[in-house]
Design a protein around this ligand. Structure first.
Ligand code: SAH
Ligand code: SF4
Ligand code: F3S
Length: 495
């Protein structure tokens, strides 16, 4: 644990670099639910008339953490700005998943050196997953001394106290807890959207895929109580929200740590969600290993449970999957895939794939291509393997040249594009339900939203439709999106 503002201290003794052995042990530690968030009286209104900006990188988990930090800052009186020059507080919420994600953040910290010189009173803070890495913290201490504050993913509820230290002290404030297992329930949140919301159902990850940094940056798996989640989603429904996405790094492990609830899992929770008067419920991210029959049955009941399954496969070769520590084979993934498809016939499927894992052979990569051909995914996030210090895979010798990895990525992307276009083509002339999210990014005369299957739809219509569920007839299926005509009549088909 760290709570210090001494720049001449040896920080290495406070941090625990990723250690598989230590991290695995943590599973047996009890989870505490705490409601101790509060803003000290002396700084309660310190932000009045001042502005904040939070730059966010990484996954939905980070996006949602940003909403919590925004909620805390707004309770302190700060208002949001999109201009760094206007900000009294500038936080960078970082992602550590791949090296290029980290490099982008270091670039931005460098860029803010000049701004800090102009505005010495501005507080520049680094938080999120990179802050959980010892090497990153040391690098910031050494090379980016204009940073005022570093805090980890388990320290968000301490933001007011940390800001107080940063305001009134002269040294860099660093607070990173390396293996926390608590859940703080009473945090404020300032949600970005008015009709789509993220709701955490669990935190952390105990899967320890050998390439992945997340179990170390996010701590152990811990589930929120179902009654807390249900109350939050009901409240969002009352406020008029149309779509809720339940969040966790490995949502299929939901409930495993709730020892007093026997066999309560994601299937049970989703069944509860079906009873709530909110039109769309999504969840992410699924892990194939823990995706059970009960969940498949519940998803098959449809209703407000959306027909989109993000099911990361990572590789189509069983040997690589084994070295990745994924806990399933190619065959088991395919069985699961077909089982879900049979239960939810209209479902769209997306996935994540890593190419160029250490020593991946051409044949093993071909297995990934053939799996993609069998599953005909609607879309995929594809990545070149990036070694993460401290993870088991980073210690493996790798004989695959970068050139080869890049070629594989290109071949894979070409194949994915082909199936993505093919799956979009099936929507031609169909009428689909679209949640209208706003103006299209490319053309402000066009409205844009998603189908239940998570396809982007663009169409012309009055701005008053934003936030509503409407029917759209697809007139042109493109590679990445669908164009259509708004159907005035309220009936909705295509479910
Ligand atoms: N918890 C989710 C997602 C985690 S990160 C899951 O397990 O599916 C999102 C994706 O980033 C992963 O699915 C994986 O494809 C990719 N990823 C994670 N670590 C990586 C690494 N070291 N190099 C390249 N891609 C990585
Ligand atoms: Fe990383 Fe694996 Fe956990 Fe996903 S399940 S966050 S890839 S360790
Ligand atoms: Fe990145 Fe952390 Fe999410 S490493 S992907 S922001 S959990």
């Amino acid at each position: 644990m760290v709570a210090s503002k001494l720049s001449n201290v040896d920080f290495s003794k406070y941090f625990q670099p990723p250690s598989l052995k230590d991290a695995r042990r943590r599973r047996h530690e009890a989870v505490h639910i705490i409601n101790d968030f509060s803003i000290p009286d002396d700084i309660h209104e310190i932000g009045k008339g001042k502005k904040y900006l939070i730059e966010t990188y990484g996954c939905q988990m980070n996006e949602h953490d940003t909403e919590v930090m925004a909620g805390i800052l707004e309770e302190m009186g700060y208002e949001e700005t999109s201009e760094p020059e206007q900000a009294a507080i500038l936080l960078i919420n970082t992602c550590a998943i791949r090296e290029n994600a980290e490099n982008k953040v270091f670039g931005h910290i460098g860029k803010y050196k000049a701004l800090k010189r102009e505005k010495p009173d501005m507080v520049l803070g680094i938080c999120g997953c990179m802050a959980q890495e010892e090497s990153v913290v040391n690098k910031i201490l050494e090379k980016y001394p204009w940073v005022d504050l570093i805090f980890g993913t388990h320290n968000i509820h301490r933001l007011p106290q940390l800001l107080r230290e940063a305001f009134f002290g002269k040294e860099m404030v660093v607070e990173v807890w390396s293996k926390e297992g608590d859940i703080v329930e009473n945090l404020p949140q300032s949600r970005h959207g008015h009709f789509q919301a993220w709701v955490n159902i669990m935190y952390g990850c105990d899967k320890f895929c050998t390439y992945c940094i997340v179990p170390y940056t996010r701590g152990k798996e811990r589930s929120r109580r179902p009654e807390e989640i249900i109350a939050e989603v009901r409240d969002l429904a009352r406020q008029g929200y149309k779509e809720v996405t339940l969040l966790g790094q490995n949502v299929n492990a939901y409930g495993k740590d709730l020892k007093d609830l026997e066999n309560y899992g994601l299937g049970n929770l989703m069944d509860e969600m079906r009873k709530i008067g909110i039109p769309r419920i999504r969840f992410t991210t699924s892990h194939p290993k823990d995706f059970d029959d009960h969940l498949i049955n519940v998803l098959g009941k449809g209703g407000n449970l959306c027909e989109h399954i993000h099911l990361p496969v990572q590789s189509g070769n069983s040997e690589i999957l084994k070295i990745m520590g994924r806990g399933y084979t190619r065959e088991r993934y395919l069985d699961l895939f077909h089982k879900i498809k049979a239960a939810v016939p209209n479902a769209s499927f997306t996935t994540d794939i890593i190419v160029g894992f250490p020593n991946e052979t051409d044949e093993q990569f071909e297995d990934t291509l053939s799996l993609v051909r069998e599953c005909r995914f609607d879309g995929a996030f594809t990545f070149i393997y990036s070694p993460r210090a401290g993870t088991p895979a980073a210690r493996m010798k790798d004989n695959v040249p970068m050139e080869v990895k890049k070629e594989r990525l290109q071949r894979l992307n070409d194949l994915i594009d082909q199936f993505s276009a093919e799956s979009n083509a099936k929507y031609q002339d169909k009428i689909v339900e679209v949640l209208v999210e706003g103006e299209s990014r490319k053309n402000s005369n066009v409205l844009s939203g998603h189908t239940r299957t998570n396809k982007v739809v663009n169409f012309s219509g009055p701005k008053s439709l934003v936030g509503q569920l409407v029917s759209v007839k697809i007139t042109e299926a493109k590679q990445w999106s669908l164009d259509g005509d708004w159907q005035r009549e309220p009936e909705v088909a295509g479910r």
